[in-house]
Write a protein of this length. Structure first.
Length: 194
């Protein structure tokens, strides 16, 4: 077994998903014996832990000068950018929708609107996205948001044994099996990337 299979902090090899699903509870946040709160715990990791879904954390040093948060994560973690997914917020006919697409791609707004039965989609204002999710831009996770927002995940996620999404802050991603992510979010799958 490789370190990436057993160590939640180890990055997976480039272009290669981890071969084993993380063990439930192995990466689950909690309090260390010192009584201090685990600094890696976020609302996203809490949501997965509460659902009993295994995941692995992948921290990396975030460069504040970087504007391409998702590509920065892929590069620093040495993971294929098609396996690293970014979380975007859009409005479809005036209602917020979460879109989760590979960092190497762009969101197809027309496809997103069609996926939720809408007509017109536009990117949400960053301040609205932060208010609705409780996360900062660059660290918005599809998990553990302040309120449930309809979510659509690009169907390319199913090509991989595992994918990475933000764990809820810049410099921290989590790896999870795509079907588990879809299930916990009650997300729709659609080809929304271009």
């Amino acid at each position: 077994m490789s370190d990436a299979d057993t160590d939640p902090g180890a990055a997976a090899a480039p272009d290669r998903p981890t071969s084993a699903e993380p063990k439930p509870g192995k990466s689950k946040p909690g309090k260390p014996k010192s009584g201090k709160k685990d600094r890696s715990a976020t609302r996203a990791t809490d949501a997965l832990g509460a659902a009993g879904i295994p995941y692995a954390l992948h921290p990396y040093h975030h460069d504040p000068a970087s504007a391409g948060y998702g590509m920065e994560a892929a590069e620093k973690l040495q993971v294929d950018p098609k396996r690293v997914f970014k979380t975007l917020l859009a409005t479809v006919d005036g209602d917020l929708v979460v879109a989760v697409v590979p960092v190497s791609e762009k969101l197809d707004l027309k496809a997103l609107a069609a996926a939720v039965g809408g007509k017109k989609a536009a990117m949400a204002d960053p301040a609205d996205a932060e208010r609705a999710t409780g996360y900062r831009v660059g660290g918005i996770s599809p998990l553990g948001q302040k309120r449930a927002i309809p979510t659509v995940i690009d169907d390319s996620c199913l090509r991989f044994a595992s994918v990475l999404v933000s764990a809820g802050r810049r410099g921290l991603d989590l790896e999870v099996m795509p079907q588990r992510l879809i299930d916990v979010l009650k997300a729709r799958l659609a080809p929304i990337a271009r």
